[in-house]
Design a protein around this ligand. Structure first.
Ligand SMILES: Cc1cc2nc3c(=O)[nH]c(=O)nc-3n(C[C@H](O)[C@H](O)[C@H](O)COP(=O)(O)OP(=O)(O)OC[C@H]3O[C@@H](n4cnc5c(N)ncnc54)[C@H](O)[C@@H]3O)c2cc1C
Length: 427
């Protein structure tokens, strides 16, 4: 990493090839790749050296090889409960070591990376690139860069995308704790990816979003991470709802926590439409670019995998005099991926229309699919055709009480369904 040399008059630092807003996993992944290609890169974040705050899980085989070495834990025993008996998923699952991941990303960066403690509030296009405005040490600040990338998370600081959630945001919300327990609150030695059993009773009728499930990891010894999760809902359960439901579950199981070490609140939109690469717009990456998977809520492994291709596109355009914003969008959201998102958003509509009681049966049918099919369905790179075929197969194999609401949802959203399936059918 470089330290800022004396900046030209009026600027808060020397101009750079790229300025990335946000030092989350996505921003740092792209910064590392761009700087490794010889570009000068400034990453601005109010706390650019702070550890990533969230608990990041990923399928191990979704992570690039180098990131597989950044595991805090990897479990071979991964299960779901859609009824009394577990379904083994036979796919190793990793909890990322956030400090290790951050260090690995910085270790992959080239010499031209600068981390700047600043909040960005605006960007204006100029003849040679962009002027970016923000605050640094409580003072107005200004930087120049040839390309600006908004990687500031779920509520982008710069990207304008009025149609981000055309039908309103549908949220994943969850409340989790890391705690010690006298008795195991979930299977020892395992990750429980979804536990739809309800020892704490059916969800109260007034619980927004209905059914919730337990996501749990054994962290070793008497330490577990347990999280009460609402996969996707509009409106979604609140933090108070989920905290109360998690403790009700743990007490009903006879496994109350002995000591709570930390807690976390999860809330982010799942149904983000692909951004339009509008005239004058900055480029975006990570959650800001709508890359959260609409069915799983995962994004981190995808950002780590996408970063090299997006960096190649930006670096190529800067070298050849092309438009780096357009090149970046083309690499990130090619037409096939946009069509795949339309199919996934149809799946979101189906999930939102399922009665809460039908969710366990829906996921029982989902995980009864051949593993290659459900793996592909959860992979953001899967083309629309195979996605649509998997959805039809799931529909055909689901029990009648799941199929009916799915069919109703497809009819209610007939326009979107036809658009998605047409897009999926295109070569
Ligand atoms: C609690 C939680 C748990 C999650 N768990 C998982 C998981 O297990 N697996 C998974 O794949 N995904 C998970 N997600 C979803 C998603 O992948 C994460 O939100 C992920 O952190 C997004 O990465 P990002 O780098 O795009 O944005 P962020 O991690 O949100 O980083 C954005 C950065 O931008 C900075 N910033 C914001 N505004 C400005 C500004 N104006 N100027 C400068 N900097 C700014 C912020 O300080 C922040 O550091 C989770 C989300 C949450 C909230």
């Amino acid at each position: 990493m470089t330290a800022d040399a004396s900046p030209p008059t009026g600027l808060s630092g020397p101009p750079t090839d790229a300025l990335i807003v946000g030092a989350g996993p996505a921003g740092l992944a792209l910064a590392a790749e761009l700087s490794a290609r010889g570009l000068s890169v400034r990453v601005t974040d109010p706390a650019p050296h702070a550890p990533f705050p969230a608990t990041y899980g990923a399928w191990r085989d979704d992570l690039p090889g180098w990131a597989q070495d950044c595991a805090a834990h990897t479990w071979a025993d991964v299960r779901v409960y859609t009824g009394p008996q577990p379904t083994p998923l036979l796919r190793p699952y990793t909890l990322l070591d956030n400090a290790g991941l951050r260090a690995a990303l910085l270790g992959r960066a080239g010499r031209g990376l600068t981390l700047t403690a600043a909040r960005v509030c605006g960007a204006t296009r100029t003849a040679g690139g962009w002027t970016v405005q923000g605050t640094q040490d409580g003072q107005p600040a200004r930087w120049e860069a040839r390309v600006v990338i908004d990687a500031s998370g779920h509520q982008p600081a710069l990207l304008r995308h009025p149609d981000r959630h055309p039908d309103g945001a549908a949220l994943q919300t969850a409340y989790g704790i890391v705690a010690t327990f006298d008795r195991p609150p979930s299977a020892p030695g395992a990750v429980v990816w979804m536990d739809y059993r309800t020892p704490h009773g059916d969800p109260p009728a007034d619980l927004r979003g209905g059914a919730t499930f337990l996501y749990a990891m054994h962290l070793g010894g008497d330490r577990y991470f347990v999280e009460e999760t609402s996969l996707i809902a509009r409106p979604a359960p609140t933090r108070q709802d989920l905290e109360a439901r998690l403790h009700a579950r743990l007490h009903a199981q006879g496994t109350p926590p002995r000591e709570i070490i930390s807690d976390e609140w999860v809330s982010f939109p799942m149904n983000t439409a692909p951004p339009a690469a509008g005239e004058g717009s900055v480029l975006a990456f990570g959650a800001a670019a709508g890359l959260v998977h609409p069915i799983s809520g995962f994004q981190v492994s995808g950002a780590l995998r996408d970063a090299p291709a997006v960096a190649d596109a930006i670096a190529g355009a800067l070298r050849d005099g092309g438009d780096p914003v357009q090149a970046g969008w083309d690499a990130l959201w090619p037409p096939e991926r946009r069509a795949a998102r339309a199919v996934h958003l149809l799946g979101v509509q189906a999930l939102l229309n399922l009665p809460p009681r039908a969710l366990p049966a829906f996921f029982a049918a989902f995980f009864a699919l051949p593993p290659a099919r459900w793996h592909a369905f959860l992979d953001p790179r899967t083309p629309p055709g195979p996605l649509a075929r998997t959805m039809l197969r799931l529909f055909a194999h689901a029990p009648a009480h799941v199929r009916l609401p799915l069919a109703r949802a497809a009819l209610r959203h007939a326009g979107t369904s036809l658009h998605a399936l047409n897009a999926a059918a295109r070569p």
